[in-house]
Each structure stands twice: as structure tokens, then as C-alpha cells.
Design a protein around this ligand. Structure first.
Ligand code: SF4
Ligand code: MG
Length: 335
């Protein structure tokens, strides 16, 4: 499929104030040179521990924060050149976890959904009609819900309103950042199914961020794994599920007991917290926690290489890279 988004070497650092103990100016390297594509009509899932840069990536894609470096190309147009921030905002919408905080408590549901289109110049009666249509579509009967206020809704209903509100902007891409994480399991399943239906019906593309690997597997076509501001592995969902190539991905999955019932990977679960993103480890950033680390891992950054056997599956680990001199632990039996 055609790429809808091409992200090339995206970088975003957040400055940290100088204080008594940190005299040098420093920065949290939240997103530190990541490249990936989002294909038209796919769902790309992004996973990784908190602080890995998932949410910063989301905010960069939607234009909520600016890039320090790198190129963002949306549907063939480069941000800052053919594509203005305004164009990006009209093509990309975002749904957050906290549906209550993201709704204006003083607006009714109908006003909430009609607000964006009206700002874009849609006449009030038309915006109202659109709001009712979308409420119906997300499973909230307009006659019952249009006049209600956010506090009168359940968490699942509020998230349906947020979805309707994004659809009202006729986006090409919707970024869902932990969008179902606050919901009860049964409500979560309903909202996930709704998202799948809407995606097909409106020919949408999703970027789906979640800490819940089972949910990501359920909705995603491809999965991207991030660690300390970098992409360590990306590939089709089944490829990642069946042949996790990067030791971090293996450890992340092993940390969820239900993921690996027969303990195929033999990987110790993740020990400790990720290192400080202000001063990430040299070489491979995972080397301080990796059970397979060798001296080269602390000095040389691994390249992103193709993982054998699965088209479109890539990972950045010296073990997978023939030129690194790392003894190739995973090689036998793979071909
Ligand atoms: Fe582990 Fe080395 Fe691979 Fe990094 S490059 S994941 S430290 S084996
Ligand atoms: Mg987050």
C-alpha cells in the first residue's frame, strides 16, 4: 500500500532547566531520530514502556508539537513546504486516553462535535446535522445524547463522543493514544470493534498507541516497538508475534505472562527501569538491560536490518547484523 505518512529521522528533545545539581544545559531526548512509514488504510500499533517516546511521536504526527529535526511527509507533501501546519491539522485527528479532560464541560455533546466543522466555516444547521449523523454512527442515539453534557456520560460514551468529534473533521489519519486504556474490558472491546468498523467505512488510517500488547495485536496490521526514543523493531503483526527479533521486544512480551505460555523465547523479563533519557546509554541503548549484550553493544549503535523470513520486518540489533562481528546467537535454524 502507498504510504500516507513518511517520517524521516524525527527528533524532538525537551530542554531540562538548569538547577543546583545539573549545571549543564540538558534535554530529554524523547524522540531521537526515528524513521517509519504509515501505510494508507493500515493500523500501525506503537508499543514500548512509558517514557519510550510513543506519545511524543503521536504529538509530532498530529502537529501538536514541533519537530527539532527530520521530515514529515503527509500524503506526498512535506510539512513546512507544500504542507502547512493547518493542512496537517485538517488531515490528522487525535483521541486521547482521558476523554473527560479532552471535552469542554460547558458544551453539549452536539456542540462539541459541531464545534470543529463550524470553525472551518460549515454553516450551523449543517454542522448540527453532521453531529447527529455521527452520534448515530458511534452508537449514541442523538435524541437522547445530543443535549447532554460530558459529566452526564460514562467513560465509554465520552470516548464515543471523542471519536465522533474527530470524524467530524473528516481526517485521513486518526492517532489513538491509549484511547481505550481507561475503559472496562467489555466497554473496551465494544469501542475497539466500533473503531474497526469506522476505519473500513471511512477509509481511515490509524496509529494506535497502547501499553496493552493484546489490544495492539487485535487492532494492528503492523507493530512498531520503541525504546528510549528510538525504533528497535517494526513489522507485520504476525511476524512480530511469532518471531520477535529484538531482545527488547522479546523481554517486553515476556514481561506479560499470558504472552508466552510455553516460554519459547527463554528471555528473562525486563529488569529495572529504563535508563535516563537525558543521558541514554552509548551504542545500543538497550545494552544496560540486555541479556545478550556483548562489548560491541556498548560502543556501536546497531543498524536497522531486515529480519530474515518476514517481508517488511526490521530490527536494530547487532545480533541480526552480519557485519557487526557479534556472535550470531539467533541464526541457526532460521532459514
Ligand atoms: Fe542486546 Fe546488543 Fe542487540 Fe542491543 S545490540 S539488543 S545490547 S544484543
Ligand atoms: Mg503516553
Amino acid at each position: 500500500a502507498q504510504p500516507l505518512v513518511i517520517a524521516r529521522d524525527l527528533k524532538r528533545h525537551f530542554p531540562v532547566r538548569k538547577g543546583i545539581f545539573n549545571r549543564k544545559a540538558s534535554a530529554v531526548r524523547a524522540v531521537d531520530g526515528i524513521s517509519f512509514t504509515v501505510r494508507k488504510s493500515e493500523t500501525l500499533g506503537i508499543v514500548g514502556e512509558s517514557g519510550c517516546g510513543k506519545s511524543t511521536t503521536a504529538r509530532l504526527l498530529v502537529g501538536l508539537i514541533g519537530l527539532d529535526e527530520g521530515d514529515l511527509i503527509f500524503d506526498g507533501e512535506k510539512l513546512g513546504e507544500e504542507l502547512s501546519l493547518n493542512d496537517l491539522w485538517s488531515g490528522v485527528q487525535m483521541v486521547f486516553q482521558d476523554s473527560y479532560a479532552s471535552l469542554n464541560p460547558r458544551l453539549t455533546i452536539e456542540e462539541t462535535i459541531a464545534f470543529g466543522p463550524k470553525m472551518r466555516g460549515v454553516a450551523a444547521p449543517e454542522a448540527r446535522r453532521l453531529a447527529h449523523e455521527l452520534l448515530e454512527r458511534v452508537g449514541l442515539a442523538p435524541a437522547r445524547f445530543a443535549g447532554r453534557y460530558p459529566h452526564e456520560l460514562s467513560g465509554g460514551q465520552r470516548q464515543r463522543v471523542n471519536i465522533a468529534r474527530s470524524l467530524a473533521m473528516k481526517p485521513r489519519l486518526i492517532i489513538l493514544d491509549e484511547a481505550v486504556s481507561a475503559l472496562d474490558k467489555s466497554v473496551e472491546a465494544q469501542v475497539l470493534n466500533l473503531l474497526r468498523e469506522l476505519k473500513a467505512e471511512f477509509d481511515l488510517t490509524f496509529v494506535f498507541i497502547s501499553h496493552d500488547l493484546n489490544v495492539v495485536r487485535y487492532v494492528s496490521d503492523r507493530i512498531m516497538v520503541m525504546y528510549l526514543g528510538e525504533v528497535v523493531e517494526i513489522g507485520p503483526v504476525d511476524a512480530i508475534w511469532n518471531h520477535r527479533a529484538h531482545p527488547y521486544t522479546q523481554a517486553l512480551f515476556a514481561a506479560m505472562p499470558s504472552m508466552d505460555p510455553d516460554n519459547r523465547t527463554q528471555v528473562p523479563p525486563l529488569a529495572g527501569d529504563p535508563p535516563n533519557p537525558i543521558d541514554p546509554p552509548s551504542g545500543c541503548r538497550f545494552h544496560t538491560r540486555c541479556g545478550f549484550a556483548e562489548p560491541v553493544c556498548g560502543t556501536r549503535k546497531p543498524r536497522v536490518v531486515a529480519v530474515r523470513g518476514d517481508a517488511g520486518h526490521e530490527a536494530a540489533c547487532h545480533m541480526l547484523d552480519g557485519q557487526s562481528g557479534h556472535s550470531k546467537a539467533g541464526e541457526t535454524g532460521e532459514v
